[in-house]
Design a protein around this ligand. Structure first.
Ligand code: ADP
Ligand code: MG
Length: 456
């Protein structure tokens, strides 16, 4: 018997039969690694790529534990969007075909509240939903989690990205202490590890994409005349096409000039340095982090506190003042097991100092090897909308998401990161949909109130 056979697991005959009926011949890696622990009742935190079969990993665990005769909500599954909740519910229904009468209910924002009350009244075994709407039902006591045994956070990183951490915490307060908690995430950030530490007990950590291997960063150095630096930078961007990049420079004047020149060359760039007002700084950092601007030009101090999960490239426009700063800068790329690129430009007068940087793994190359690409552009995937309402106005991520996907009728997949601050909120919307989203939000309401809304 193969280790990836579902029959190695202590599953019922009916469940095994159904799995083969639906064409699941063997376990995917995430299923093979996590299911033994999930079935044992352990808390599990698991990282795996999209499409790796995470839904069945927790779905089989949920159904295995379910007591169908006990008509109570025994499992709560939190998802970032309605589309994802629908997909999870669909997969669960398919996995549950062998058992009669398993009731699975989805409760998401963007759907009318009233009909959900009716469904809840009829009862359910498993509830799948988005944090905001689940919280609303809990507060109105239209949903009780008294008998809940299992909590699943699916795509936890995306939920945090969308600003749901507060809602998740509040939902947790309604759940029994004694329960099994499964957390799935495509990336492991500090935030994810924090939430796991807070809500899980002795969680088994499963990774199918290894992040423990040392970050692999390719480090390239080019010696160039000062007058050639900008064109070299543009060539680096056009040859290596990073998704996002931080360009470090040593002075404020340089940072501003580089960003302006890049913009003139159809490369969308923002500058950040010590002289910006707090709100300007925030606008810039938010846009870079939520993919509304692919290039950030920064001084070291200004880049502090920037939390980017996946940074594909770092460029040192000048040699950093010390190797320590160098290591710190380039360490921002290649997080989460991705490959990272680090480039450093060396001015003629820095050549001696650059010798200190030489070792076997660093590549010192000729900038002439970079091809000149005509017509290269770098445009962002998203555009940021600012809403003049935040925590103080009790605006939550779920309200914004609800306003966009509900009345405005936008699909959740077009909406990116949502950041809520005290008096303002930012939402990243796919570039092609931003005008439509702006128009609809402007004419509609969020939480029953009108807010000023503009495009950054
Ligand atoms: P993830 O949540 O990890 O992104 P999904 O759970 O949505 O991935 O699964 C991706 C696809 O793989 C789905 O179509 C699902 O039906 C299918 N799938 C899951 N497990 C198996 C399996 N063991 N064998 C074959 N297909 C599977
Ligand atoms: Mg999934």
């Amino acid at each position: 018997m193969n280790k990836t056979d579902f029959s190695t697991l202590a599953l019922s005959k009916e469940m095994l039969h159904n799995l083969s009926e639906i064409g699941y011949k063997e376990m995917t890696p995430i299923q093979a690694q996590s299911l033994p622990f999930i079935l044992e009742g352990r808390d599990v935190i698991a990282q795996a790529k999209t499409g790796s079969g995470k839904t069945a990993a927790f779905g089989i665990g949920v159904l295995h534990k379910l007591q169908v005769k006990k008509f109570r909500v025994q499992t709560l599954i939190l998802c970032p969007t309605r589309e994802l909740a629908d997909q999870v519910a669909k997969e669960l229904r398919m996995l549950a075909r062998f058992a009669h009468n398993v009731k699975i209910l989805t409760l998401c924002g963007g759907s009318a509240f009233g009909p959900q009350l009716g469904s809840l009244h009829h009862g359910a075994h498993i509830v799948v939903g988005t944090p905001g709407r689940i919280l609303k039902h809990l507060k109105k006591e239209t949903l009780s989690l008294e008998d809940m045994q299992m909590l699943v956070l699916d795509e936890a990183d995306r939920m945090l990205d969308m600003g749901f951490s507060e809602e998740i915490n509040e939902v947790l307060a309604f759940t029994p202490k004694d329960k099994q908690t499964l957390l799935f995430s495509a990336t492991y950030t500090d935030e994810i590890m924090d939430i796991s530490a807070k809500i899980q007990k002795d969680a088994m950590n499963i990774k199918t994409i290894s992040t423990e291997i040392a970050n692999s960063i390719t480090e390239r150095f080019y010696e160039v005349q000062n007058s050639q630096k900008i064109s070299t930078l543009i060539n680096i961007l056009s040859n290596f096409k990073p998704e996002n990049v931080i360009v470090f420079a040593n002075t404020k004047a340089e940072v501003v000039e580089i960003a302006q020149t890049l913009q003139k060359n159809k490369i969308d760039a923002l500058a950040i340095h010590g002289d910006l007002e707090q709100y300007e700084r925030n606008d810039v950092l938010v846009q870079f982090a939520n993919k509304s601007c692919p290039v950030l030009v920064a001084t070291d101090v200004a880049a502090r506190g920037l939390d980017i999960k996946e940074l594909s490239m770092v460029v040192n426009y000048d040699l950093p003042h010390s190797q320590e700063i160098y290591t710190h800068r380039i360490g921002r790329t290649a997080r989460a097991g991705e490959e990272g690129l680090a480039f450093t430009l060396i001015s003629p007068y820095e050549v001696d100092k650059a010798d200190e940087y030489k070792n076997e793994t660093r590549l010192f190359e000729d900038a002439k090897e970079l091809k000149e690409m005509v017509g290269f552009e770098m445009k962002p995937a998203y555009v940021t909308l600012v809403i003049e309402g935040g925590k103080k106005d009790k605006v939550r991520a779920g309200d914004i998401l609800g306003a966009l996907t509900g009345e405005a009728g936008l699909e959740g997949s077009f909406i990116g990161k949502i950041d809520i601050y005290d008096k303002q909120s930012y939402v990243a919307v796919a570039s092609s949909k931003v005008d439509e989203a702006h128009e609809k939000l402007k004419n509609g309401k969020i939480k029953g109130k009108k807010f000023s809304i503009w495009i950054l």
